[in-house]
Design a protein around this ligand. Sequence first.
Ligand code: CAO
Length: 454
Amino acid sequence: MALIDIQVPDIGDFDEVTVIEILVKPGDTVKADQSLLTVESDKASMEIPSSHGGVVKELRVKLDDKVKQGSIVLVLEADASAAAAPAAETVAAPAAPVAQAAAIAAPVALVSAPASSASSAAAVVVATPAPAMPAHEPTAVTGQLPHASPSVRKFAREIGVPLAEVKGSGLKGRITQDDVQGFAKSVMAGDVRTQAQAAKAPAGSGGDGAALGLLPWPKVDFAKFGPIERKEMSRIKKISGANLLRNAIMIPAVTNHDDADITDLEAFRVSTNKENEKSGVKVTMLAFLIKAIVATLKKYPEFNSSLDGDAIVYKNYWHIGFAADTPNGLMVPVIRDADKKGVLQLSQEMGELAKKARDGKLSSAEMTGATFTISSLGGIGGKYFLPIINAPEVAIMGVSKSTMEPVWDGKQFVPRLMLPLSLSYDHRVIDGAAAARFNVYLSQILGDFRRVLL
Ligand code: CAO
């Protein structure tokens, strides 16, 4: 087996960066593109991925070391396949500044691309700015700022954790993302209260979640009842969980359900695919939906907006995110300028982005900037669900599996292919009547696609 020096890859404009976190130790088995270290410049944090899979033989860096492009970070005993691979052995995958990597989610949470391919950013999660959860109201920082990287600060800000109250377990007391998550978990479990909560909670309410008005999380010894297996949640799930929780708690969301008659559209889709068989591009129902939703967003612009304090920001661009189920967890690739693209192009782009998502090759740019998200479970099954809005968006469309149903045409029941729609919206921005109109108009377009031209 070949020993390979894993080097710091191209880190853009940064000359020297500091090692702030070491994520592996000798003896660990790592996969290609797995993050090995976190480094930090004065502007951003980055994770350094492994260019190969194998076993870590020796670490060549320690915390606080300064490294630059080409510095050897560790020696790896590469997998047999890597050892046989051609000479690019010392070329590491590129790293990307965490502070620029952003996020997604679908019923939805913010997660970035996993560090996973040579072409992808070795990105971690940074959620889009949002006000802190009231329950985790940050206390005013007095005196020195806590020791934490920009990405950890941003992460803490977004999930509403007051960094000043978090005890750092990193080098020289540096606060890590795990520390922030641990703190958030303790607060949610009622084990710890923030200073803000303590100040507000009635005397004697104790660490029991009373400040949140919630019962403490049940603590059960499951092993008492039968055999169990305990597995740490993936990094993506942990982070998306925090974002889902924020979005679920902070957004007064309502979901409107409706059905669209897609009988003719599906027939058109099937015949188009037959005609285009040789082109290699399969037209999907989701592509038609994106087109129809963009037309509906143009008619009802508040669904393509974000809340900013007391103002509503209307966006004059239509970037549509779609939830993709991947082995790494849920990802939301974004189709930019969907209004300027035809159904064939949308289908092709969606296919490419969904494949990239599944291969863990999405770049942060391909996951950011969505103005509206669609979560389609239509290829799987089920009927109606309540998608969680992907803040700072204000609405999300959940799509379930279409089924042939008897529909009354005024004289008789006729079989029609009906598509269940579930539109969740932020009631602070959107009224129920507007949501009902949105679904009605969308259904009209899906029922007769010529309306998209109007
Ligand atoms: N009703 C009935 N059938 C549908 C359908 C619908 N609404 N939508 C898709 N289908 C069919 C397709 O036509 C296809 O059938 P054929 O293979 O016979 O042509 C089959 O289901 C599979 O479609 P697909 O899932 O591959 O393609 P898609 O364009 O519908 O979806 C993608 C692409 C990326 C959205 C999908 O693969 C996926 O990941 N879905 C899961 C998203 C998810 O997890 N959302 C939940 C988030 S909340 O946790």
